[in-house]
Design a protein around this ligand. Structure first.
Ligand SMILES: C=CC1=C(C)c2cc3[nH]c(cc4nc(cc5[nH]c(cc1n2)c(C)c5CCC(=O)O)C(CCC(=O)O)=C4C)c(C)c3C=C
Ligand SMILES: [Fe+2]
Length: 434
């Protein structure tokens, strides 16, 4: 474990002691004044909710970035930025500063002392000691980052491209693309918002937000039989049932991480392609659609998530070979098109990491809800783009409308205290120039 993590660990322990001390004090006070305690058994209306997960921490250092195969926590956000960093020196300052902030925020710890004559060093929204709260911050670069900087053009990852429109898309240009994306995930939205505010504050001259989408994953009650369960999306279906197992490192090496096979620039090894899509769900229309029709459109049963025709669980594997005409699972069901489970479509596997979003109400009084779809893959053409092409024209399109997103390349990880995000890219650019 790194020094940084050790330091963060003792901070969290200190904080926990402090919290336990406060809890102990509260218990003692209640014992001394039982009548008062009995009057307010629920606490005050404005009392803060507490979480026992604030000290959970994800590693920042590693060969790959956190936030890709990391279990998905309850709060997520994608923020796309444009950057004014043009020269190698400016890009290096951008990447080094981001690295330093990500490292600190993911470890947690006390914010620096306040000088009343200066703006506070921290927004203060998490208090004087920042809990890691399972935070991951993941940096990815867009097509325009490379195309807009002639000295980087030759080093662009092989599949990186500007996201093109698919037939059912109604893309809002103000919700698309970006020089870079930052995915921020944590147990609570306060932690993701705090991280974003920190990042914006330290780089006002280099970063401009282009678009942002926040999302959530519903927290399930503990499962009764210890079985893994997928959370539900805003269509009410379990989402994630057939995702490749992110704990299987060998599988992830095939599906997610760019390897050393020579097709990609060497600096990109241990990176991955990130496809982001902001997909609106027409939930009012969906909620008026008969259950049987919903299930046929998706290809799974709504309560259990089991494939159609299966009495078991969402983990059951559909056997399309025994249903060639689509009598059980229609040929155009979402899951059958997304993954026809033929030998030739194995190379199209992707790792999905979506969040549900709820943005308020549209001008014509409809709920603006949907899916912040995020997928990672080692090959963008074979992964997201091939799957989306198969889905084009699917019956589910009557209920969904992609409005934004972009394609990005998630940088390899930061190995240690000396390393920084994008170091291998900048080194390759410098080698190219020499
Ligand atoms: C291009 C990739 C995909 C997009 C875009 C997409 C959008 C989307 N999906 C759902 C709901 C579900 N999707 C499910 C499975 C599933 N979806 C994709 C791909 C995209 N989905 C894949 C590869 C799979 C897995 C198929 C399989 O291997 O069997 C499911 C079923 C449960 C699960 O496996 O996760 C649901 C439900 C929505 C609502 C949506 C857009 C808003
Ligand atoms: Fe899907």
């Amino acid at each position: 474990m790194s020094n940084e993590s050790d330091r963060g660990g003792s901070m969290v322990t200190d904080r926990r002691r402090l919290l336990m001390g406060l809890a102990g004090g509260a218990a003692a006070a209640a014992a001394l004044a039982p009548a008062a305690a009995a009057q307010r058994p629920q606490g005050q209306v404005a009392e803060a909710p507490h979480s026992d997960k604030a000290s959970e921490r994800q590693p920042f250092h590693g060969s790959t970035q956190s936030g890709v195969v990391t279990p998905r926590p309850a709060a997520g956000m994608v923020v796309a930025f444009d950057t004014l960093a043009e020269s190698p020196a400016e890009v290096e300052r951008l990447l080094r500063t981001l690295t330093e902030r990500f490292r600190f925020l993911m470890a947690g710890g006390p914010v620096p002392d306040l000088d009343p004559k200066l703006p506070p060093a921290d927004s203060g929204i998490l208090g004087p000691v920042i809990s890691p709260d399972n935070l991951t911050i993941t940096l990815s670069l867009g097509d325009s980052f490379f195309e807009g900087r002639p000295w980087l053009r030759a080093l662009k990852p092989r599949c990186l491209q500007r996201m093109a429109r698919f037939p059912n898309d109604a893309l809002d240009p103000s919700l698309c693309h970006g020089d870079l994306s930052i995915q921020i995930c944590a147990n609570t939205p306060d932690t993701t918002i705090h991280a974003l505010r920190d990042i914006i504050k330290v780089l006002p001259d280099l970063l401009v937000i282009r678009w942002k989408q926040e999302g959530t994953v519903p927290i399930l009650p503990p499962s009764r039989d210890g079985q893994q369960e997928s959370a539900r999306n805003f269509l009410g279906f379990r989402d994630g049932s057939a995702n490749p197992d992110s704990r299987d490192a060998r599988l992830m090496d095939t599906v997610v991480w760019v390897g050393a096979d020579g097709e990609e620039p060497a600096w990109a090894r241990a990176g991955t392609y990130q496809a982001v899509r902001v997909i609106r769900n027409f939930v009012e229309r969906w909620d008026r659609t008969p259950l049987a029709e919903q299930e046929v459109i998706v290809g799974r049963q709504k309560p259990s998530g089991a494939p159609l025709g299966h009495a078991g669980t969402e983990a059951d594997v559909p056997d399309y070979g025994r249903d060639p005409q689509g009598a059980v699972t229609p040929l155009d069901a979402h899951i059958r098109l997304a993954n026809p489970r033929r030998p030739g479509t194995q190379s199209n596997l992707i790792l999905r990491r979506p969040f549900n979003y709820s943005n308020g109400v549209t001008r014509n009084g409809q709920l603006d809800q949907g899916l912040l779809f995020i997928a990672y893959q080692a090959d963008l053409d074979q992964g997201f783009i091939a799957v989306q092409r198969r889905l084009d024209g699917e019956p589910l399109e009557e209920y969904i409308k992609p409005v934004g997103g972009g394609y990005f390349f998630t940088l390899p990880g930061v190995r240690d205290e000396e390393d920084f995000l994008g170091r291998s890219l900048l080194q390759a650019a410098s080698d190219l120039k020499a």
